[in-house]
Design a protein around this ligand. Structure first.
Ligand code: BMA
Length: 870
């Protein structure tokens, strides 16, 4: 009997606009698609029927596409020989979104959920057919469908003002199961795509395995794991009514093989014990061996899943001397400080997001010492590649279910709930086995919005039903999703939302927290990040410009290439960004926003400083067992989706911003941190004068699993002259054994003339090599009062092809080195945005320099321009 056949249907596709918008520009005849899978925007771009939405204000000129309807058709499906015992199934891996599907003019499918696969048995329509078949997909635009659904179901939330003054949570988008960012977000344009966004194929089989589900459980002693699997047989009964099950070790050796009986209901299951398993670890702690699990129906079908064995727990124990509970992920009995960032979808036009681009982004995050990436609920559950790469690289993934910042229907819309159930099962089945997957969260910020906008939420009512309240989606987060996770989620924990705190949405002492008191909400100073220390900060961030090259690409008209231009502001969608820049900068440092390169430097400086401060003080709070006051910090956001001014650490063209390097240093295996503390307050009658901070606390982090002998070296310099000052340590100990996997308080140092002194701390190996483990430079605060030397300059030397050496005679803050724009694209630096002190060489690895020269910027370098000194 023949094997299962998979016939890709990726040829002969054409598209056409089936509405009259924009003068019916794409409706007169079918045009060939740009590629397959696809969405209308990609095909229109290909035929030059829309301008590139990434550039200038073209987004506005493309808006009509969102409201148009689109037909996709292929007439080239060759006849398929289907034997009497065979079935033919059309598989649509993803349709975006509201669509009627016709095969040879017969209606075979109506679909309205972008997030799931659809299968249709078409045996009768294709068997025996001698001519080519035609498959036609008629898409209707999602916005108008969503508005009708809104009318039909009825919006329940209160129409209050969004306290973030940003996206309206009452939007139509909540009524359709389609990526929510397609309605535009505060970091991306509104491109509401339509089309067959994932592959379509025909599957012909006699017998096939469906619902193949593999899960694992590893015992606490890490000596035994159990791999469990189950599935169903469809079609003719299997030979001997058995399925062959195999487990192959990471090094390719079969460690288990057996024939498993298929039940009368055509189901099979099997549990395989694995002794002394090769365990999967996050990359900081070990390797990532992957086992292969196979189920086969010889001559018919073979299903294969790669799985990593690891013990995963989310610990929430009480804490010594603090309220609330820990929120710490433990992998193989190692408590992991999850430093990382949030992932937004990689592209507005998803079919063009390639595996290579996933690789580039995720390797970049790993290269930044990030241990966890959170896939945000307003996007998609990413392509399988994403999770495969995370498995291979040892990155942990926080995955939201696909609800964000909204009031979604609940028990009041049974058909919507049904679609959510199907979706949850499908997503859990598709990616739930990945060892990188550390948690499923019910939604992004919906509980937070409920509180902020005053929707009815009584946390003590755990039973519902909640459909009579104006927050009916609790049905989804508290019933549908946890139940789906219980059935299909294996050992991956479920958490109701991000953020969620049990008895509130975002209290900081239980669960995870989105720390938007800084930047959004009350726009608190970034030094208040310390006040908002939470058990696990799953979001916090500050906006900044991308690289100047990216900005120039976004804004093509030279006249518009300045801060506050209309075009540039269209590429900065963060509400109130201009007020926030002014406020945060003027509080902290002297700034200059013109010319555009100064806007780039100053906004990036702000972001780098703020993020660096938050990361360092929060990692300090990971103080060891029972004292994990903060166990995670995920910055909003890792990536960008278009050339934008946004919260991203890295711009859409892959240019790392200063904040990327600040997080990289803060998350290194070893870190040293300093914080200046108040030693005296000004006379009580005196206003507008800050307290004196003449001492600094110093701490260090050892992120490894062994204790480490270290030595602390401190030096002080006058900022204006660069003269070294002697620091008195009063005979304090400077050798420290740092316990593993936690922070340790080292000492407090007096700072002479604190308003004009920098102190640099070097953490070194306590051995003959004295090798540098970490470094930190402590500045007077706020930086706006600091006087740098009027002659400040950076000596930047290139050694060989791959090393940059930076030196300065006086202390300098925030030194950024880059290839000048006129020399082409930037090189890739191992480190950047560093502070310099006299007598020290900072050496930075670099790739892609190719003999080009470099330029440097630093804080207030513009003050060394002669006309400004006058
Ligand atoms: C967070 C996210 C997004 C948003 C970001 C920046 O809360 O969940 O909704 O893009 O803030 O405002």
């Amino acid at each position: 009997m023949p094997l299962l056949r998979k016939i890709p249907l990726s040829h002969g596709w054409h598209f056409k606009q089936s509405t009259t918008l924009n003068n019916s520009c794409a409706s007169s005849s079918f045009l060939p698609v740009a590629g397959f899978p696809t969405v209308a925007h990609l095909d229109l771009l290909h035929h030059k029927l829309i301008p590139d939405p990434d550039l200038d204000s073209n987004e506005v000129d493309c808006l009509w596409v969102n409201d148009a309807d689109w037909t996709y058709r292929t007439q080239n499906i060759e006849p398929v020989d289907i034997q009497p015992h065979e079935r033919a199934v059309l598989v649509f891996e993803g349709l975006d979104t509201i669509v009627d599907v016709f095969l040879n003019d017969e209606h075979i499918l109506y679909a309205n959920n972008m997030n799931i696969e659809h299968q249709v048995d078409v045996t009768k329509l294709v068997r025996g057919r001698k001519e080519a078949s035609t498959l036609e997909l008629r898409f209707r635009n999602a916005p108008s469908y969503a508005r009708k659904e809104w009318q039909r179901i009825g919006y329940k939330g209160t129409a209050a003002v969004d306290p973030y003054e940003r996206i309206q949570p009452a939007g139509e988008r909540c009524f359709v199961r389609k990526a929510q960012y397609h309605w535009g977000w505060d970091w991306g344009p509104a491109l509401n795509t339509s089309g067959p966004w994932k592959p379509i194929y025909l599957q012909v089989y006699t017998s096939r395995i469906t619902g193949f589900l593999v899960r694992q459980e590893t015992e606490s002693d890490l000596q035994t794991a159990t791999v469990s699997m189950k599935g169903m047989i469809q079609g003719a009964p299997a030979d001997g009514n058995t399925v062959t099950v195999t487990l192959v070790s990471p090094d390719g050796k079969p460690v288990f093989q057996s024939s498993v009986a298929v039940s009368s209901s055509q189901a099979f299951e099997c549990a395989i014990p694995v002794h002394r398993p090769q365990l999967w670890y996050p990359f900081q702690y070990g390797t990532q061996p992957l086992y292969t699990v196979r189920a086969s129906l010889p001559d018919h079908d073979l299903q294969e899943t790669k799985i990593g064995l690891r013990r995963l727990r989310l610990l929430q124990h009480g804490l010594q001397g603090a309220e609330g509970k820990a929120f710490v992920f433990e992998v193989n009995n190692i408590r992991v400080f999850c430093g990382g960032s949030n992932w937004i979808p990689g592209d507005m036009l998803l079919p063009r997001f390639t595996r290579q681009r996933y690789e580039d982004w995720l390797l970049l995050a790993k290269g930044g010492n990030q241990s966890m990436i959170r896939v945000w609920g307003g996007g998609i559950v990413e392509d399988d590649f994403f999770y495969e790469i995370c498995d291979r690289e040892g990155l942990l993934v926080w995955q939201d279910f696909l609800f964000a910042c909204g009031n979604y229907p609940g028990g009041n819309a049974p058909d919507f709930i049904q679609s959510v159930k199907v979706e949850a099962e499908a997503l859990l089945r598709r990616v739930g086995h990945h060892p990188s997957l550390a948690i499923w969260a019910g939604n992004n910020e919906d509980y937070m919005y409920a509180e902020l906008l005053g929707w009815e939420i009584d946390y003590s009512d755990e039973h519902g039903p909640w459909d009579a309240t104006n927050f009916p989606a609790r049905e989804i987060y508290e019933r549908v999703l946890p139940e789906a996770c219980r059935q299909f989620g294996g050992d991956v924990p479920y958490w109701r939302g991000s953020p969620y705190a049990g008895k509130s949405a975002n209290d900081g002492i239980v669960g995870d927290a989105h720390v938007w008191q800084v930047w959004h909400m009350k726009m608190a100073p970034y030094r208040d990040y310390k006040k908002f220390t939470s058990r696990f900060a799953s979001e916090f961030g500050i906006e900044s410009a991308p690289d100047i090259r990216t900005l120039h690409r976004a804004v093509q008209d030279p006249k518009e290439r300045h801060w506050q231009s209309r075009t540039l502001e269209l590429h900065d969608k963060g509400e109130g960004h201009e007020r926030r820049y002014g406020m945060y900068m003027s509080e902290n440092f002297r700034f200059r926003m013109h010319p555009l390169k100064d806007f780039v430097y100053c906004t990036q400086f702000l972001q780098g400083e703020a993020i660096s401060y938050a990361y360092n003080i929060w990692r300090r709070e990971f103080r060891g067992p029972g004292r994990e006051y903060c166990s995670g910090a995920l910055v909003w956001q890792l990536n960008d989706i278009w050339p934008a001014v946004s919260w991203a650490l890295v711009d859409v063209d892959g240019h790392r911003k200063p904040a990327f390097y600040a997080t990289k240093r803060a998350l290194a295996s070893f870190a040293v941190g300093m914080e200046r503390i108040i030693t005296s307050k000004p006379n009580y009658m005196l206003r507008s004068m800050l307290p004196t901070k003449a001492k600094a606390e110093i701490w260090a982090v050892n992120g490894e699993l062994e204790a480490r002998g270290t030595k602390l070296e401190l030096r002080g310099f006058d900022i204006g002259t660069g003269k070294e000052l002697s620091l008195s340590l009063h005979g304090k100990r400077t050798s420290f054994t740092l316990p593993p996997n936690q922070s340790t308080e080292l000492l407090t140092v007096d700072i002479p003339s604190p308003d004009t002194t920098v102190v640099v701390a070097y953490l070194r190996h306590d051995d003959a090599s004295g090798g540098l483990l970490a470094r930190w430079v402590s500045w007077p605060e706020p930086l706006k009062y600091v006087r740098f030397s009027a002659e400040s300059s950076v000596d930047c030397r290139i050694e060989g092809e791959e090393t940059v050496v930076l030196r300065s005679k006086t202390p300098l803050k925030g030194v950024v080195v880059s290839v000048p724009e006129e020399e082409g694209d930037n090189a890739v630096f191992d480190d950047n945005f560093v502070d310099l002190v006299p007598g020290e060489e900072v050496r930075i690895g670099v790739k892609g320099l190719a003999g080009r020269k470099l330029e440097t910027r630093w804080l207030c370098d513009w003050e060394t321009e002669p006309e400004l000194q006058a």
